[in-house]
Design a protein around this ligand. Structure first.
Ligand SMILES: Cc1ncc(COP(=O)(O)O)c(C=O)c1O
Length: 329
C-alpha cells in the first residue's frame, strides 16, 4: 500500500466514532453557524492564549491567503523562495505584481537581501511561512522583527503564515500593527478536510482584514468537530503529543542517511532533503511505497520533502532507509 508523505498532513484523524456521531447528531445544520463559530473562537483563543477580539475564521488558511492578496496586495507582493507555492498562485489570479527573494544553494535566506528588496520594490504585502515550507526552518525573532519594521517603514503589511507553528518552539513575535498571523487546523490538529483557517491581527489591520470576510465561512458541522476536540483538553494535549512524537520519529529516521544526503533541521511536521543523492533516495522510497514531495521547478529538482508517518509505519520506513544506505557504501 502506498503511503503518502507529500502533503504535510496528519497520518490519521482525531476523535473516535462515538464522538463524531454525537457531533453530527447535535449539529443544527438547518441554521447558520453563528454560535458554533463564537464557541470555536472562544475555545481556540483560550487554548492558545489569544485575544478573542483579534481572531477571525475563514475556509482554511488558503482562503485567508487569497483575501490577503485582495485586501493588502495592491502594490505588489513579496515572498522568499522557495515558500508555500500558493502565494504565487493567489497573487497571479488577481494580477498582483509578485516578487521573490531567492534562497542560497543551501536554502538559507539572507535577511539583508530581503530588507533591500523591501526598500527597492516597496511591496504592500510580504508573506513568509514560519516554520517555513518547504525548509522546515523556524526564523528567529530578530529576522521577523526586522522584516516587520522594514514593511512598516514603507506602509506595508507583513504576514507570518504559522500553518506549522505548533511543531516549532514558542517564540516572541513582532508586535507591530502591520503584522498578520495566519494559522490553520489542517496540520497538527489533523482537520485539513474541515477547512478551518484563523487570522490574528489587531486594530485597523484586523478591521481591514475582516472587512472582506464572508458572514459564515466555515460550516457548523466542521466547527462542531473542532469544538469537540478543543473542549476536551486532555484528549487535545494527548493528540498534540502524538503529532510531536511522529515528528521526532521522522527526524530520527532521517539521521540514518544524513551522512550521505543533505537534510535540513526541521521544526515542522515535514523534513526537507536535497542534493543528487536525496533525489535517488526519494526515487527508491517511492518505488517502495513511501512517496515524498518532489518539485518541477529547476532549482528544486533535487529536493524531496517528507511529512510525518503514523508511529507504526516508522519501522518499515527505517528498514528502507537502511537498505538504501548500505547500497551507497
Ligand atoms: C505554509 C502553508 N500555509 C497554508 C497552508 C494551507 O492551509 P489550509 O489547509 O488551512 O488552507 C499550507 C498547506 O500546506 C501551508 O503549507
Amino acid at each position: 500500500m502506498t503511503v503518502f508523505m507529500n502533503r504535510n498532513i496528519s497520518p490519521k484523524r482525531p476523535l473516535n466514532d462515538e464522538q463524531l456521531i454525537e457531533v453530527v447528531t447535535q449539529t443544527a445544520f438547518h441554521e447558520y453557524p453563528e454560535k458554533e463559530s463564537t464557541r470555536f473562537k472562544e475555545l481556540y483563543a483560550s487554548y492558545n492564549q489569544l485575544d478573542l477580539n483579534q481572531i477571525e475564521l475563514a475556509n482554511g488558511a488558503d482562503e485567508w491567503l487569497q483575501k490577503l492578496m485582495i485586501q493588502f496586495g495592491q502594490e505588489g507582493v513579496l515572498t522568499i523562495s522557495p515558500d508555500f507555492f500558493m502565494y504565487e498562485d493567489y497573487a497571479r489570479q488577481i494580477n498582483r505584481p509578485f516578487w521573490k527573494v531567492e534562497s542560497d544553494e543551501n536554502f538559507d535566506f539572507d535577511l539583508e537581501k530581503v530588507l533591500e528588496e523591501i526598500q527597492k520594490l516597496r511591496p504592500s504585502l510580504l508573506l513568509v511561512s514560519n516554520p517555513q515550507n518547504p525548509t522546515g526552518k523556524q526564523f528567529s525573532y530578530e529576522f521577523l522583527q526586522a522584516i516587520a519594521d522594514g514593511m512598516e517603514s514603507i506602509g506595508g503589511y507583513f504576514v507570518i503564515d504559522e500553518a506549522y507553528v505548533e511543531f516549532g518552539d514558542d517564540y516572541h513575535r513582532p508586535s507591530n500593527d502591520n503584522v498578520i498571523i495566519i494559522r490553520t487546523l489542517s496540520k497538527i490538529y489533523a482537520m485539513a478536510g474541515l477547512r478551518i483557517g484563523i487570522a490574528i491581527a489587531k486594530g485597523e489591520t484586523f478591521a481591514k482584514l475582516i472587512d472582506i470576510n464572508h458572514p459564515y465561512p466555515v460550516s457548523n458541522l466542521a466547527l462542531n468537530v473542532a469544538n469537540a476536540m478543543f473542549s476536551n483538553k486532555e484528549q487535545l494535549d494527548a493528540w498534540v503529543a502524538y503529532q510531536k512524537e511522529c515528528q521526532l520519529k521522522l527526524i530520527q529516521a532521517l539521521t540514518l542517511v544524513d551522512d550521505v544526503i543533505k537534510v535540513k533541521p526541521t521544526q515542522s511536521n515535514f523534513i526537507m532533503t536535497y542534493g543528487k543523492s536525496a533525489r535517488d533516495l526519494g526515487e527508491y522510497l517511492s518505488e517502495n511505497g513511501f512517496v515524498g514531495r518532489t518539485y518541477d521547478a529547476d532549482h528544486l529538482k533535487d529536493v524531496v520533502r517528507y511529512s510525518i508517518l503514523d508511529i507504526d509505519k516508522y519501522d518499515e520506513f527505517e528498514d528502507l532507509l537502511k537498505t538504501w544506505r548500505k547500497q551507497i557504501d
